[in-house]
Design a protein around this ligand. Sequence first.
Ligand code: C5P
Length: 219
Amino acid sequence: WTVPLLSGKRVLITAGATFEAIDPVRGITNISSGQMGMALARACRAAGASVSLVYGQIQTPLAAGMAFAEQVSSADEMLAAVQRLLPHQDVFIAVAAVADYKVRNRSEHKLKKQAGQKVPVIELTENPDILATVAGRPDAPFCVGFAAESEHVLEHARAKRLKKGVPLLVANEVSQAMGKATNQVILLDDEQETVLPQMSKDDTAIAIIERLAQLLVQR
Ligand code: C5P
């Protein structure tokens, strides 16, 4: 960066996939690799920010040079870690693929398959929405959300941005993004919708930070 766009800013990022336990050895997770979150963490640091990272399951190396990094498992743990770190942040970027539901009837012991027994039923209950919770706080930092959609990307993304109350939302199609090295995103904010080309997640992260920095100046 010729200009340190996020100099002096504190940025908190969630990344990777959450894991909701069914029993001590099994759980519900998703195909998020953590690559987009790590790319953003590296780019924020390169832009001069002090970066804190709360991450779940990842299939990519942890970004270097973080001011703070903590691995968590479930959505509840991720929310608790985020809330603990929040009072001191200027920007919150929710990249993590958080499970919408957790297991209500989680078993303390490993579920056993026994002849003649019924197939176990996994009951689900809603998880907290970390991004919406943070964005709704009176002392909310500038919030950036992601929306991975499998269809009608723009319509869903517009609705999601308003519903969650975030000034900047990054939308993409699941098949173009999750678990992949490249991404193709649309940036949605109050002023404009910017369609970015398919490019590496590092380049996508840089483009997101450039728009974020512009919006921060206007605030
Ligand atoms: O509702 P949906 O999961 O599509 O929203 C995606 C955005 O919301 C992402 O930025 C994601 O990190 C965040 N999110 C969250 N907590 C949840 C669900 C999603 O922070 N429980």
